[in-house]
Ligand binder design. Structure first.
Ligand code: ARG
Length: 469
């Protein structure tokens, strides 16, 4: 940095030496925090107006600053903002430009304020907008799954445990099992919002704002915050809102990775229950027959990146001393990346789920009578025999069919009666998978009614959001 340049640094007063250019690059955050330019402008405009209340600015001066900031904002919007070599972050860049545009009165704006309370304010404002956008995207995905479940409610296919065929379920029930995870994600996102919506501005560098008449409640209202930070030291250092968001994206990422994995398996030739649309698949550069589920593999893979952002930033904040330390600048890149990644993941997941097709025949063909062995045991339970006994009897039936090399449902009434006399003619209804799913009619089950009830609940959940689509 030249001597002249050292004078232009906003904190340059006591510094005479030059900054190592590598240090400048190491220290700067403008290259990525410039995406908060609009929040920085809005925050400064509100702060300028608040300074009227403490007699620091006249109405006229505040209006000059507000209008000047509008011009700075327009430059960002139009892509004409010229970044100078010494600009360190979005806060110093905007203030430097304001001074160039309106002169020395710009120098009054930062009275009582610090970049410490300013950066936390900008980030919270930025994140609140993103949370609203994420809430909409997540709501659309949940709605897409709920609608699909409703339309495809008649399809029955195997439900798995340990990836082994277990019991017949409705395809809709499977879809809604994933939607149920996403519903809790929606709940969590809504619960997180008020904790993000806490105003740091007015905390100063750490000890609070010294100018009488600064109305932080009014400032919060003007900027759309729900509440005011209760402790200035906490306000400038608290990044729990970032961590909680990273946790949220990590958990959502985990849920999407599980959905992706199921659909990858179900789209393989071995299963063939679903087929991805061309829009979300890719071909192989060498094997012409292949249709790869890259969209789903990426969804599955991104979960690692999301958790990595959380783990990395948690390490950065661990054990730092009170209030602001530059370690905290490490909050932005993981936050931006995780929000961007999650935004993309939600859009892709919605695209895949809304455009894939299902193969009802393959689903039906995968249902085998042995999956109804529990239903056979339950049949005898209804005749008054304890389940531990009926489980054993049904097991003997499975063994008998294996010995005979036939399906469980091929055993005759006599065969079954040889195992227990309580079997009667109506036992043959056990072999109907539709009856099996319909019997599971308690709340949360796979019967038609129980599934449609889940659909209704999901619609209600989505519609309950103030910020939802
Ligand atoms: N660029 C900084 C950040 O992102 C702004 C706060 C700087 N504060 C300071 N005291 N150096 O965290």
């Amino acid at each position: 940095m030249t001597d002249q340049a050292s004078k232009t640094k906003l904190w340059g007063g006591r510094f005479t030496g030059a900054t190592d250019p590598v240090m400048h690059r190491f220290n700067e955050s403008l290259s990525y925090d410039k995406r908060m330019w609009a929040q920085d402008i809005r925050g400064s405009q509100a702060y300028a107006r608040a300074l009227i209340g403490c007699g620091i600015l006249t109405e006229k001066e505040a209006e000059e600053i507000v209008a000047g900031l509008d011009r700075v904002g327009n430059e960002w919007r139009e892509g004409t903002f010229k970044i100078e070599a010494d600009d360190e972050d979005i806060h110093t860049a905007n203030e430097r430009r304001l001074k160039e545009l309106i002169g020395p009165v710009a120098g009054k704006l930062h009275t009582g304020r610090s970049r410490n309370d300013q950066v936390a304010t900008d980030m919270r404002m930025w994140l609140l907008d993103e949370i609203d956008a994420l809430e909409k995207l997540l709501s659309v995905l949940i709605e897409t799954m709920a609608k699909r479940a409703e339309v495809e409610i008649d399809h029955i296919f195997p439900g798995y445990t340990h990836l082994q065929r277990a019991q017949p379920i409705r395809w809709a029930h499977f879809l809604l099992s994933h939607a149920a995870y996403l519903a809790t994600d929606l709940d969590r996102l809504r619960a997180l919002r008020p904790r993000v919506s806490v105003l740091p501005l007015g905390a100063g560098p750490l000890a609070g704002n010294p100018f009488a008449g600064l109305d932080r409640e009014a400032l919060a209202k003007a900027l759309g915050f729900d509440s005011v930070g209760p402790n200035s030291m906490h306000s400038v250092s608290d990044r729990d809102f970032v961590i909680e968001t990273l946790m949220w994206t990590s958990l959502l990422g985990t849920h999407l990775s599980k959905l992706a994995e199921d659909l990858i398996i179900y789209s393989s030739s071995e299963f063939g229950f679903v087929q991805l649309s061309d829009a979300y698949s890719t071909g192989s550069s060498i094997m012409p027959q292949k249709k790869n589920p890259d969209s789903l593999e990426l969804l599955r893979g991104k979960s690692g990146r999301l958790f990595g952002n959380l783990a990395g930033f948690m390490m950065s904040v661990k054990g730092i001393p009170s209030t602001y330390n530059k370690d905290l600048q490490e909050d932005k890149e993981p936050l931006f990346d995780s929000v961007d990644t999650t935004t993309a993941c939600l859009q892709i997941a919605t695209g895949v789920v809304s455009t894939m097709s299902i193969n009802g025949e393959r689903m039906r063909a995968a249902l085998t009578p042995d999956m109804l062995a529990t239903d056979l045991a339950d049949y005898l339970v209804r005749k008054g025999i304890p389940f531990r006994e009926t489980h054993h009897i049904s097991g003997s039936a499975v063994k008998l069919s294996e010995e005979r090399g036939c399906q469980l449902s091929d055993l005759s009434l006599e065969d079954l009666r040889s195992l227990n006399p309580a079997f009667e003619e109506d036992v043959m209804r056990v072999w109907d998978p539709s009856e099996s799913v319909e019997r599971r009619n308690a709340i949360g089950g796979t019967s038609r009614r129980a599934v449609l009830e889940q659909v209704t609940r999901l619609h209600a959940l989505v519609n309950a959001g103030v910020h939802s689509a």
